[in-house]
Design a protein around this ligand. Structure first.
Ligand code: SF4
Length: 460
């Protein structure tokens, strides 16, 4: 469904944003990962034998220093030997899949972290070549190879290596360019470093460059965020992810190093969001959904307009795959039958891999109801609408009856004009796009009747 991006912000008001600013899952999976439990005999990886296209995710948990806002699974170290040993484990884990996954082409490879560029060039090469011995790695523009990089430490020469290895997308963690904010989060990075890397990535033929920005950080102001955005607009990345900082010091130890009194309040964060959205729209960026923006020519924006976006643990994508194999500590995999997740801690993950080549400790076997709701949630997140007849066929009964309770939960969002329906479709309205996860959550069978306040990040 195509929607006019210029209409997106028009209907947003601080009152509306604050009404739906509570905690809510981000739906990179359904059910969400916090539902995962010991698999007790279930083996969702068996469905890998029947796939036609595969995605790979590799988690590199190492970082040189701690960013105080961080909620990722990471290990702060300057001992490079840890990374070399870990690489041995990753390749051993990859080999565990050798006889369990159909020889399907890999259409997507994503290196996330931590800091994937913590690995030196020769280990990056060892990793990708090692994966190539197990999986059918594709090449060229038909595949999406992406890497998250830390602009503080990435050397322009590494971009040459990455291109040689097939990487064509680069994601740079910017967060905010203001010195006060950077000091408060312990992440000092100059615009010049980012500009140099952006230029080098373009010269080396990276097809898409993405920046991560965060609003709601300590010592951040609306004016300061605006100045960061002005600089970002000059560099014109193809994609921008604008995340909301969720201050959850009781859950994330690093965040205890942030003085809570320096974090902006809810109304200030709403003002930041509105200012950022306005700046991005004025610069021609299209809102894809869930924090993500792209220039109109970028393939994600094109796919969004054509109703062809997909979503996985890395966010939105244009590359549909039947399954994802996640390698490394805490990595999550999925197949048509369900999800499985690796042990989080480096020592436990490495121990399990050395012992048995496999480190999953929990997951989820999908039931028929899960599959139906997974379809509903992902359609809403990616296509912003539900074809009621299609869903009725899957449910084996009329949509309005099957989802009577879910639709009742949606009533306030109908009343606020965020979602609408007729006989054939349930649709998210242009103003409703900012509340996609609130809308999807009405169909989450596991969410209702329990407290979400401390479990999920707040929408604002
Ligand atoms: S934000 Fe990124 S670089 Fe900073 S500690 Fe977390 S994972 Fe490491």
């Amino acid at each position: 469904m195509t929607q006019d991006p210029n209409r997106l912000r028009a209907d947003l008001s601080p009152e509306l944003l604050s009404r739906y600013s509570g905690s809510c899952p981000r739906y990179t999976s359904y059910p969400t990962a916090d539902r995962f439990a010991p698999l007790e005999g279930a083996k969702p990886w068996l469905a890998l034998e029947n796939i036609r296209r595969l995605s790979l995710y590799v988690h590199i948990p190492f970082c040189h220093s701690l960013c105080y806002f961080c909620a990722c699974n990471k290990v702060i170290t300057n001992q490079y030997g840890l990374a070399s040993d870990y690489l041995d484990c990753l390749l051993k884990e990859a080999r565990w899949y050798r006889d369990r996954v159909a020889s399907a082409p890999v259409v997507q490879l994503h290196l996330g972290g931590g800091t994937p560029t913590f690995l030196n060039d020769s280990d990056l090469r060892r990793l990708v070549e090692g994966l190539g011995e197990v999986f059918q790695l594709g090449s060229g523009d038909a595949v999406e190879y992406s890497i998250e990089a830390d602009p503080r430490t990435l050397e322009p020469d590494t971009l040459v290596t990455l291109r040689e290895l097939g990487f064509n997308r680069l994601s740079l963690g910017i967060q905010d360019f203001n010195t006060d904010v950077q000091l408060a989060i312990n992440r000092i990075c100059s615009p010049q470093q980012v500009e140099q890397l952006t230029t080098a990535a373009r010269e080396n033929g990276f097809r898409s460059i993405s920046y991560d920005l965060i609003y709601g950080l300590p010592r951040q102001t609306v004016a300061g965020l605006q100045s960061t955005l002005d600089k970002v607009m000059e560099l014109a990345p193809d994609r921008i992810a604008l995340y909301h900082y969720a201050h959850l010091p009781h859950r994330f130890k690093a965040q205890r190093l942030i003085d809570t009194d320096t974090t902006p309040g809810p109304m200030e964060k709403i003002a930041m969001q509105l200012a950022a959205v306005s700046a991005l729209e004025n610069a021609g960026y299209e809102f894809l959904g869930m924090d993500h923006f792209a220039l109109p020519g970028d393939e994600l924006a094109q796919a969004a307009r054509a109703g062809q976006l997909k979503r996985n643990f890395q966010g939105y994508t244009v590359m549909p795959a039947d399954a994802l194999v996640g390698l490394g500590a805490s990595a999550i995999s999925y197949s048509a039958d369900g999800y499985w997740q690796n042990l989080h801690r480096l020592k436990e993950y490495s121990g399990a891999i050395r012992e048995q080549g496999f480190a999953a400790y929990r997951g989820w076997q999908l039931s028929e109801d899960d599959r139906l709701r997974q379809y509903v949630v992902m359609e809403l997140m990616c296509r912003l609408q539900l074809d009621k007849e299609q869903v009725s066929r899957m449910a084996g009964g009329p949509f309005d009856e099957f989802f009577r309770g879910d639709l009742a939960r949606l009533q306030p969002l109908f009343d606020d004009g965020l979602v609408e329906q007729d006989r054939d479709y349930l649709r998210i309205t242009p103003r409703g796009r900012w509340f996609t996860r609130n809308i999807a959550s009405a169909f989450d069978a596991y969410l209702h009747g329990r407290s979400t306040e401390t479990e999920y990040s707040r929408v604002l």
